[in-house]
Design a protein around this ligand. Structure first.
Ligand code: ADE
Ligand code: ZN
Length: 322
């Protein structure tokens, strides 16, 4: 068996970020929205840099206007993930794009997403769990209703709380209220840090928000003492190498720190982040890691094991997926 055939576990996938451009283009046409500016001539998403990526991402989200749109999106994203051998996936869900943080609207969107997840599990053999995510550049005030949406819907499907968005806006401690609220409700925590920010951002995130997992975290490599702390504490990094290379957060594949972090004892996992935006898939991520660092089937099996252990699902689901 080749490493390509291993069942894969993915922990870091933004649901809207998984939307195929053709799907968003179709919704735009249905709704009479002119979004031609966000697409390249060959049908991909068009953006210049990370800040522009966030703007194009939010423009694409304007086409997602109803629970039914999210039901269709969830099915499309999971069919694609399953075609790359993903058997378990965790997705970031942003109530900001599902009713603007209103709890009753969020419940309606979530019901449609869960419904699609159940359908995809039966049809494609992929299990999905959700992480409610606030968006950093929408500010600390807006993170509060999002935390409330998380806490009120925490259960079998919604397992965690997290934060994405423009990392250089504010400091992690500004969002402590939202993370504390989710933590007190027994939710699992993850937070994007060290994608654009330096090791100080990772360290402050660990100190002020205490997540079990960090989204990206790759800039920790610049501080050997921090790398040691990550290894000692067993903090799991949701590394998205293809995203980092495509956006220019790190250097090229050869310069990417994932192998050095792993070899220093840090628990690393591999995900796609926003696959069509970065022209990646889990197959591509595995292929590039094999080609760049010589990782073989045993390395990928260990990677999947780390990811499943770090998954936010309950133990019954974990056992069923393994
Ligand atoms: N939202 C979607 N993708 C993201 C990324 N790579 N970093 C921060 N926020 C995001
Ligand atoms: Zn991300």
């Amino acid at each position: 068996m080749s490493f390509r055939d291993l069942p894969k576990v993915e922990l870091h996938l933004h649901l809207e970020g998984g939307a195929p451009p053709v799907f968003i283009r179709g919704l735009a046409t249905e709704k009479g929205l002119d979004l031609s500016g966000i697409f390249t001539e060959d049908g991909g998403y068009a953006y210049r840099d990370f800040d522009h990526f966030l703007k194009v991402y939010e423009a694409a989200c304007t086409t997602l206007q109803s629970p039914e749109d999210f039901r269709r999106l969830t099915l499309a994203v999971l069919e694609e993930s399953a075609s790359h051998g993903v058997v378990y996936s965790e997705t970031f869900l942003s109530p900001d794009f599902c009713g603007g943080g209103d709890l009753e609207a969020w419940r309606d969107y979530l019901a449609a997403i869960e419904d699609a997840a159940d359908e995809a599990e039966a049809k494609f053999g992929i299990t999905l769990r959700g992480i409610v995510t606030c968006i950093r550049h929408f500010g600390p005030e807006q993170s509060r209703p999002i935390a409330r949406c998380a806490v009120e819907t925490h259960g079998r499907f919604i397992r965690g709380f997290g934060m994405a968005g423009a990392e250089m806006m504010g400091r992690p401690g500004d969002f402590a209220w939202a993370f504390d609220c989710a933590h007190e409700a027994g939710m699992h925590l993850t937070c994007h840090a060290g994608e654009w920010g330096g090791p100080d951002m990772v360290a402050d995130t660990m100190r002020d928000l205490a997540p079990a997992r960090i989204g990206h975290g790759v800039n920790a490599i610049k501080d050997p003492a921090l790398v040691e702390t990550l290894a000692e504490k067993g903090t799991v990094l949701e590394v998205c190498p293809g995203s980092n290379v495509f956006l220019g957060a790190t250097g090229d594949w050869a310069a990417h720190p994932i192998a050095r972090l792993r070899d220093a004892g840090v628990k690393v996992t591999v995900s796609t982040d926003d696959p069509p935006f970065f022209k990646t898939t889990m197959t591509h991520e595995f292929d590039m890691l094999a080609r760049t660092f010589g990782w073989d089937e045993a390395d990928f099996a260990a990677l999947n094991k780390t990811a499943l252990e770090a998954a936010f699902c309950d133990d019954e689901t974990r056992a069923a997926v393994a």
